[in-house]
Write a protein that binds this ligand. Structure first.
Ligand SMILES: Nc1ncnc2c1ncn2[C@@H]1O[C@H](COP(=O)(O)OP(=O)(O)OP(=O)(O)O)[C@@H](O)[C@H]1O
Ligand SMILES: [Mg+2]
Length: 254
């Protein structure tokens, strides 16, 4: 299968800081790919480039073979590029249900269809009981789930999730994993998922890309990446201080 997302040679500078340097990432339709790396590695900046919020200084972004590097965030959203944010971006003054309806507002057609889709998403994401709750008062885990539901309002082709599990309970993480898996496997969506909760990433993602200081440090099957001494060194500061896999998780789960 050809890659749905193919980003190559991506570079972004903030003054003297090279946030991204010659970064390449590829995700196929139906694949859930993990993106991990220490704080400041460039993960969110890469998402900003992929979603069109930030124009890269260098490099190209292809969606299903089409160059979208210069396309706006709105264009990309309407062509199936959807994301969630590290800092939640729900409309706090609207109910959870209305957040999901508003996300479909650009499409023409009857409101009833948008409400029906919202109801379906509430069910899929386990949020039915919260349909009428103002999004601004949701606890973090539920707010993150509502953000995921909103990102799915129109079936995405490429879904970018920035730390979706942070603040979630183990039960919520289980639901999150199930929803993400379903979207990828049944709808053929390409998912790129940033998460510090490494055991969650390793379980959900067959393939993992590791960023460090703006560069791709490692890439491959989850287990190989987890065992890579360079990855451990990036997280723990010194490869020599790591004695076993068990120590890898606490260092990066937070
Ligand atoms: N708007 C900005 N202006 C200046 N520097 C920035 C800006 N956004 C990010 N940076 C810098 O770019 C680098 C990458 O930041 P980024 O937020 O992409 O990292 P991250 O991997 O998402 O980190 P975290 O795990 O903490 O979310 C950091 O050095 C950061 O300080
Ligand atoms: Mg970030």
């Amino acid at each position: 299968m050809t890659a749905l997302l193919e980003a190559t040679g991506v570079g972004v500078r903030f003054g003297g800081v090279r946030a991204l340097d010659d970064v390449a990432v590829t995700v196929r339709g139906g694949e859930v790919c993990g993106l991990i790396g220490p704080n400041g590695a460039g993960k969110t900046t890469l998402f900003d480039v992929l979603s069109g919020i930030r124009r890269p200084d260098r490099g190209r972004v292809l969606l299903d073979g089409v160059d979208i590097t210069r396309r706006s965030p709105v264009w990309r959203a309407r062509h199936g590029v959807r994301r969630t944010f590290q800092r939640q971006q729900l409309f706090g003054q609207l109910t959870v249900e209305d957040n999901l309806v508003v996300a479909q507002e650009w499409r023409r057609g009857p409101v009833a269809a948008r409400r029906a889709r919202a109801a379906e998403l509430l069910r899929v994401c386990g949020l039915e009981r919260l349909a009428g709750t103002y999004a601004g008062v949701l606890p973090v885990g539920q707010a993150r789930m509502a953000e995921l539901a909103r990102a799915l309002a129109d079936p995405p082709r490429l879904l970018l999730l920035d730390e979706p599990a942070s603040g979630m309970s183990a039960e919520e993480r289980g639901r999150l994993a199930a929803v993400v898996r379903r979207v990828a496997e049944e709808e053929g969506c390409a998912v790129l998922l940033v998460e510090h909760h490494v055991s969650f990433v390793m379980e959900l993602c067959a393939r993992v890309v590791v960023l460090d200081l703006g560069r791709v440090l490692a890439e491959g099957p989850a287990e190989a990446v987890r065992a890579d001494p360079r990855v451990r060194a990036a997280y723990l500061g010194s490869a020599g201080s790591v004695s076993g896999p068990a120590e890898c998780d606490p260092a990066v789960d937070r």
